[in-house]
Design a protein around this ligand. Sequence first.
Ligand code: TXA
Ligand code: MG
Length: 352
Amino acid sequence: MEEIQTKIIKVDEKNLKEDLIKLGANVIKEGGLVAFPTETVYGLGANGLNEEAIEKIFIAKGRPQDNPLILHVASVKQVESLVESIPTEAKILMERFWPGPLTMIFKRSNLIPDMITAGLDTVAIRMPNNHIALELIKTSGVPIAAPSANTSGRPSPTLASHVIEDLNGKIDMIIDGGSTGIGVESTVLDVSGDVPTILRPGGITLEDLIKVIPKVEEDLSIIKDDKNIIPKSPGQKYRHYAPKADMVVFTGEVQNIVKAINEYTDKYISQGKKVGIMATEETKDEYKKGIIISVGSRKDKKTIAHNLFNTIRLFDEKKVDIILSEGVETFEIGTAIMNRLKKASGGNIKGV
Ligand code: TXA
Ligand code: MG
């Protein structure tokens, strides 16, 4: 692919400069690609109604064509022309959780290019909770199609430096708005059928949702560890978020996890391997060998979500051969964390 000059601009979310946002919006209007921060991870944005611009996203990321994109909007009004109808439950959820890390899947309207939906009859839409993102969408005047701004298969970017690492020379602009808050992607909730169904766990948890609507289901591929179940969300079927190293995730009682990781560390070191240990604040002092990085606190799992992808990238920088990671319990944001760890490790989960 031909190298292009990637313009990098710094924007302070708390002190937005209109002219800087305009620079980004002009690139979107002209059919170019702009990476921008959201409250979850960085997105790689293009005009969501321009087929040629959308195609550039797939090329820059090396993304499989059968994986549909999320449209980002800045108002509920903007959704109306993009969908067949807005179900009552979706209205309630928008009211409660937008702007925020909740993507909803609707029956699509004819306005939407086929490339966005990968030929499906549904479309994913969300309103991000980040001033830079919202102003960029408003100023562009179009819905912005944006997958996470990483090379396909790599951990999602939570810092502009991650975007630079993956996409410098391949996209027109990167808006550096600092570290993203939540750190894992939005929850993908299908509201196009009878019962709202979580297709990808994320920033808004099942526990959050059922406080607002009576019934929410989870796609079987999230609940079951069965490789024969095909996820309803195309993106969920790929290995994803993957470090360059191999990865094993240990689940069970914390003291058993620590014991197992120490044993495996000895084993791999004796085989001449460089071992990385993804520990937590509560356990990090119980490891003596290998490269130990604490990903956050078990008592505040939001810190783990926030640091997760950056920590995986750090192990790559340190060129470890294998990452031994602690697992977390699967409730609240823990469900999204374990979903990402499962994908990052290619399903290499060991119960201990
Ligand atoms: O937090 C996020 O959602 C970030 C930020 C940038 O907004 N975006 C993001 O996009 O994670 P991406 O493309 O990396 O993941 C979108 C997921 C994929 O798993 C995709 O298959 C699924 O949403 N998806 C999109 N449209 C869909 C549809 N019509 N039906 C089912 N799944 C869909
Ligand atoms: Mg992604």
